[in-house]
Design a protein around this ligand. Structure first.
Ligand code: E4P
Length: 215
């Protein structure tokens, strides 16, 4: 399983990248808006930090405009993946981009059928939103399991990104379910590194070392 970071904050990306566990980045218009910076400039900077797939989302709702936007974004860097919303127009755009050799991440996926259609259209990635489903009382992880089962049966190459991750248990569950990738906020990545017994263990080792270090 791979870990992507779900943020447009370059400082967070730098810090997470230093851990050596990040292999891609996902952004969305809300994450970009939080930074209050020029979109293309932020995406360019992210590409200079992480050498892996960097998702940048289109804002058009109609296929031809999505494709135009995608072609512009794809010029920024070879690692750019175009995030396309899961709509009928989005599927059309996904298919066109597939034929043009541009990678896509079909986002805002909330059902197995949406993921199935995205894979058939040739999406490189699908992003089912686990946390937002949990928020409305539906088990988000069940959706990941369903998509993994369906993609396995038919041998789709489309990779599943467990998105809208809210806490470390979501990552564990997504890994157990067989998601190829989890895209994880910086805070949750740092939470994943922690265990109180690790901290206590270090403290004890150092305290014991103090008693013999000058002998
Ligand atoms: C996925 O690529 C999205 O950027 C993200 O995971 C959305 O998460 P949220 O539901 O916490 O906004």
């Amino acid at each position: 399983m791979k870990i992507f970071i779900d943020t447009a904050n370059v400082e967070e990306i730098r810090k997470a990248n230093r851990l050596g566990v990040i292999s891609g980045v996902t952004t969305n218009p809300s994450l970009i808006a939080k930074e209050g910076r020029n979109f293309q400039e932020v995406v360019q900077e992210i590409c200079s930090i992480v050498d892996g797939p960097i998702s940048a989302e289109v804002i058009s709702l109609e296929a031809e405009s999505m494709v135009k936007e995608a072609e512009e974004l794809a010029k920024i860097h070879p690692n750019i993946v175009i995030k396309i919303p899961m709509t009928p127009e989005g599927l059309t755009a996904t298919k066109i981009l597939k034929n043009k050799g541009i990678k896509t991440n079909v986002t805002l996926v909330f059902s197995a059928n949406q993921a199935l259609l995205a894979a058939i259209a040739g999406a490189t990635y699908v992003s089912p939103f686990v946390g937002r489903l949990d928020d409305v009382g539906q088990n988000g992880m069940d959706l990941i399991r369903d998509i993994v089962d369906i993609f396995d049966i038919y041998g789709f190459n489309t990779e599943i990104i467990a998105a809208s991750i809210r806490h470390p248990m979501h990552v564990t569950e997504a890994a157990k379910a067989g998601a190829h990738i989890a895209t994880v906020p910086f805070k949750v990545i740092m939470q994943m590194t922690k265990h109180p017994l690790t901290d206590m263990g270090i403290e004890k080792f150092l305290a014991d070392w103090e008693t013999v270090k000058n002998k």
